[in-house]
Design a protein around this ligand. Structure first.
Ligand SMILES: NC(=O)c1ccc[n+]([C@@H]2O[C@H](COP(=O)([O-])OP(=O)(O)OC[C@H]3O[C@@H](n4cnc5c(N)ncnc54)[C@H](O)[C@@H]3O)[C@@H](O)[C@H]2O)c1
Length: 332
């Protein structure tokens, strides 16, 4: 297969981002974008067809692969329908909020024999991939502690919070996947605490805006993940893996490398503002990896099992917070 023909389901924030990235990729053609609720007045660019019906994309024999960029509750049914239609699937995270539903979807994908990659883009971030490389190379030795700081610059609207599945399945889910990716170890237990310190409306919606999760990995390594929905200085994304031989640490990325020194102190610019800026390279790299696995008939680097595992950890964290106790993570 030289050119891969793609359909995109969902023309919101992430659907537009992926489509715009696809347009710059060689040997990839975006044929159609489908979204029932968008009028397509100002987007996409000429040359891409639009439809109000996802089914229009799924029934198009020319389309080899679909990107599912619609809201979370649609991911499992659309993945199953796409797989049944013989399309390879790139599905945004999470596949679903219900592990049972995810298992049924993964079975459907297996039966259809198509590829499924889940949108854990941060694995493809060059900085975090370098940390993983240091761990694989043995520079860190035996992993003892992982520290992840993940703070958004601005809390989302409460309407988003209500349908997000809660902070652990919406936000920390990336960090759970990152702990598994960086260490290559499975998560076996979590102990989570949360607080509402930023926006009382988030509490009224049944969620928290501040959280700390401690994680126990298979073999005994520990991780601590801290999340905030609002860091006033920008998107704060830092990781460290510490072990018996050393540590690999990644700090924030700024728009430039300039430090301005004066009698008052030394200043750099704030971190890149949010995920669209900070993780731009990873969004391109994850799709390139998806197309490579289709072309070379290889397993995707982020599997359906990874998608399921992150939700199982997120569920355990939500339960841990609700019950104020450590909770064992159900294994897939
Ligand atoms: N990997 C990441 O970093 C990342 C970042 C943002 C969002 N996401 C995920 O992507 C998904 C979409 O998030 P978003 O922020 O782009 O949301 P959004 O609300 O901006 O966009 C979703 C779009 O899907 C459309 N839609 C609704 N039902 C549909 C259907 N049945 N078929 C096709 N389109 C449909 C909506 O009209 C909307 O335009 C969510 O599951 C979210 O968790 C992932």
């Amino acid at each position: 297969m030289s050119t891969i023909t793609v359909g995109v389901l969902g023309a919101g924030r992430i659907g537009r981002l992926h489509t715009d990235n696809l347009l710059r990729m060689p040997d990839v053609r975006v044929k159609t974008v489908a979204d029932p609720y968008v009028d397509f007045a100002d987007w996409p660019p000429d040359g891409i067809a639009t439809s109000a019906e996802p089914e229009f994309v799924l029934s198009d024999d020319e389309i080899d692969a679909v990107l599912i960029c619609s809201p979370t509750p649609t991911h499992a049914p659309l993945t199953e329908a796409a797989a049944a239609a013989g399309k390879h699937v790139f599905c945004e995270k999470p596949i679903d909020l219900d592990p049972g539903r995810i298992r049924r979807t993964l079975d459907a994908v297996d039966r259809a024999g198509v590829k499924l990659q889940v949108g854990f883009n941060r694995r493809f971030d060059p900085t975090f991939a370098r940390v993983r490389q240091a761990v694989v190379a043995g520079d860190v030795g035996e992993v003892h502690i992982v520290k992840i700081t993940s703070r958004d610059p601005q809390a989302p609207p409460v309407s988003y919070v209500r349908s997000s599945g809660g902070i652990f399945l919406d936000m920390t889910i990336h960090d759970f996947d990152m702990v598994r990716f960086l260490t290559g170890l499975e998560v076996v237990e979590v102990f989570a605490m949360g607080a509402v310190l930023i926006d009382p409306a988030i509490g009224d919606a049944g969620d928290v805006d501040t959280a700390i999760t401690t994680v126990t990995m298979a073999g005994g390594a520990l991780a601590v993940i801290e999340n905030s929905r609002q860091a006033v200085y920008g998107y704060d994304q830092r990781v460290e893996v510490f072990g018996s031989s050393g540590s690999a640490e990644a700090g924030n990325e700024t728009p430039n490398r300039v430090a301005v020194s004066s009698a008052a102190g030394v200043r750099t610019d704030n971190p890149l503002y949010f995920f669209l800026e900070r993780y731009q390279a990873s969004f391109v790299a994850e799709l390139e990896a998806f197309f490579t696995c289709i072309r070379d008939d290889r397993e995707p680097l982020v599997s359906g099992r990874d998608g399921l595992m992150s939700v199982l950890v997120g569920k355990a964290a939500a339960r841990s917070m609700a019950e104020s106790r450590p909770v064992r993570v159900e294994q897939p």
